[in-house]
Design a binder for this molecule. Sequence first.
Ligand SMILES: *Cc1c(COP(=O)(O)O)cnc(C)c1O
Length: 238
Amino acid sequence: MKHIADNLARVKERIDAAANRSGRTADKIKLVAVTKGRSLEEIQTLLAVGQTLLGENRIQEAKQKYDQMHSILQTPFEKHICEWHLVGHLQRNKVKSALEMFTLIHSVDSLRLLMEIAHRAEIKKQTANILIQINTTGEESKFGLESDNVIDFIEKSLSYPHARIVGLMTMGKFNTSADENRRAFALLRSISETIKTKKFPGITMPYLSMGMTNDFEIAIEEGANIVRIGRAIFAGAS
Ligand SMILES: *Cc1c(COP(=O)(O)O)cnc(C)c1O
């Protein structure tokens, strides 16, 4: 499992360099290690080298690992070391389970989903932190709100304060030019800036979640402060 520590170190160097190119420092950028399809042993290797922010994209798989991890981690302190984000699509009937595991849901793309999250969070006397997923590439197959609908979406969301919007998320195209993804990431950033100028009550938009293995450096150059990386961390696993 040594490759994981080495890969992680290299990814962090690349994040650092990209952050510097955008006039920032790496401590302003959160790295979510995306562990979908990875074993418990691989995850434990990550924790051992201090990577404690993890991302999953399916509730069922996440729940299995979450329960296993919590039976291994003993004290409340240990259990709080790990932080889990949901990066993949969420169905409304899985919201209750999602709120038990995740501190941030990156993938909210409908008002009905936001309403269900707010409802379940209110029952728990909590506020759930969410990002709005936006389809910035125009691909029909992709989840996410159309960028033109975002302002209207936020206005409507203000009626459901138990779901707190803390930023935006997008996915670049998988097989495309760096330039095309740069445009997508720049679009997400400009939408975020537009939202900030509207000064919606309670909405400050601190987070831009964009960038994966193929494109995280471009995303950081365009303003990402959360990157979600899987393959670059786990590649070479035996
Ligand atoms: C899998 C996944 C990632 C990580 O992708 P890599 O290409 O492995 O870095 C990031 N975000 C989402 C939503 C994912 O599903």
